[in-house]
Design a protein around this ligand. Structure first.
Ligand SMILES: [Zn+2]
Length: 411
């Protein structure tokens, strides 16, 4: 080849053609490989993202019902109702105070109004869920007229009726009846929770009965009560019933330690005293309880030994019947009764798990060794008699002196 000759020799052409073909094949191969890898990388990243978001949502989803303590069977029933689209138009939620009826009712409403439901349950995070939690209620001593209505949350399809003092007012039930006939504003359905439904008088009950008999297809009415026997039989029979059990003490204990920062002994005793009510446990004043029970424990301490400390007993009687603490008298007497009962329980050899004041079991065991079981049984009976006689207009100071001196007269 001469310089300037642009022609290519056949060998060279062959080599170039081969090179070009090779190069083309090479780049095609790499092109395909690159895109194959890119595709899989994106797929992997997406899957990873999907996995994490799904898991996160799944976690949130699980937490929605699971953050409510106890009543696992009811959670299962509610999940089934939601998944099958069979949330009843009228539902009666019964069970002890503080067992979670109200929270479950609102959680059920959230499952439907939620804008990003997860596996059928409310996400608890979206704006719709958040708005269902925001209510403004009148003060407990507000005028009666202020209670004569349905209180809507910031979500216009989730409302509640609450009692005014000891009555669910007929006007609020009539407004519920009107509202229940309206189509939902933004959610697929409307929800009305009647709190303490047993406080409806006859007029309110009859107004509600009318609504339950002709239910609007897009409205749900949930009745909450710890005394279902006080509802009209006709109301009960028109509602599907969910019966809540008390929350087990161990779950309340765990909740108090994790959420209220309580020490284990405090949480343990509060859980026992709460009697299955998470609400009662959460609002329990431990310091106040210790002070009251401590004063009553002092009575049992004064009775130890051969010579009971009469001066200390009279001091106890004095402070128990202090007119300034008039409202606390019954509570103090109940603590005295509870302590005597625990010491008696231990003195007859029953399981320590049966006592209430578990946090001071050491001292109660020591007291059980000091006293005779028959004597403890007598103290228990006398304390209960005094408790029963409180409905009569008796002189508490004289009665308490008599009780404590009677207890000291054992030796
Ligand atoms: Zn939501």
């Amino acid at each position: 080849m001469r310089p300037g000759d642009t022609r290519l020799e056949p060998r060279c052409i062959n080599a170039l053609t081969f090179g070009a073909i090779f190069c083309n094949r090479f780049s095609l191969f790499h092109f395909l490989l690159f895109h194959f890898l890119l595709f899989h990388f994106l797929l992997f990243t997406f899957s990873l993202f999907h996995f994490f978001t799904f898991s996160l949502f799944h976690f949130l989803l699980i937490h929605v019902f699971n953050e409510l303590l106890g009543n696992e069977d009811i959670k299962t029933v509610l999940r089934r109702m939601i998944r099958n689209g069979r949330v009843p138009r009228s539902l009666l939620l019964t069970g002890p105070e503080g067992s979670g009826k109200r929270q479950f009712a609102f959680e059920l409403a959230r499952a439907i109004v939620c804008t990003s439901p997860l596996d059928g349950e409310g996400c608890g995070r979206c704006a719709a869920c958040a708005r269902t939690r925001k209510f403004v209620f009148p003060a407990p001593d507000a005028k009666r007229e202020e209670f004569e209505r349905v209180f809507f949350s910031e979500h216009t399809d989730v409302g509640t009726v609450i009692p005014c003092r000891n009555n669910v007012l007929v006007k609020s039930i009539r407004e519920l009846e009107r509202e229940a006939n309206f189509k939902p504003y933004e959610a697929p359905a409307r929800f009305f929770v009647i709190d303490e439904a047993d406080k409806m008088n006859d007029a309110a009950s009859n107004a509600l009965l009318k609504t339950l008999e002709e239910p609007a297809t897009t409205s749900h009415i949930f009745l909450i009560t710890s005394r279902p026997d006080r509802l009209l039989q006709t109301i009960r029979s028109r509602c599907q019933t969910l019966r809540f059990a008390p929350v087990p003490a161990y779950q309340i204990t765990e909740f108090l330690i994790a959420n209220k920062g309580m020490s284990e002994p405090d949480a343990e005793i509060v859980a026992r005293l709460a009697d299955g009510s998470l609400g009662r446990a959460a609002s329990f004043d431990v310091a106040r309880f210790r002070e009251r029970r401590g004063a009553m424990l002092e009575i049992l301490r004064s009775l130890r030994g051969d010579r009971p400390n009469l001066a200390s007993l009279m001091n106890s009687s004095e402070s128990m019947t202090d007119p300034k603490l008039k409202d606390e008298y019954t509570e103090r007497l109940d603590w005295l009764r509870s302590l005597i009962h625990d010491v008696w329980t231990l003195s007859i050899g029953r399981d320590v798990a049966e006592i209430i004041n578990i946090d001071i079991r050491g001292e109660l065991f020591a007291l059980a060794a000091e006293f005779d079981r028959r004597e403890l049984a007598r103290w228990l009976r006398e304390t209960e008699e005094l408790r029963g006689a409180l409905v009569l207009n008796l002189n508490r100071k004289i009665a308490t002196d008599a009780l404590l001196l009677g207890m000291a007269a054992r030796k």
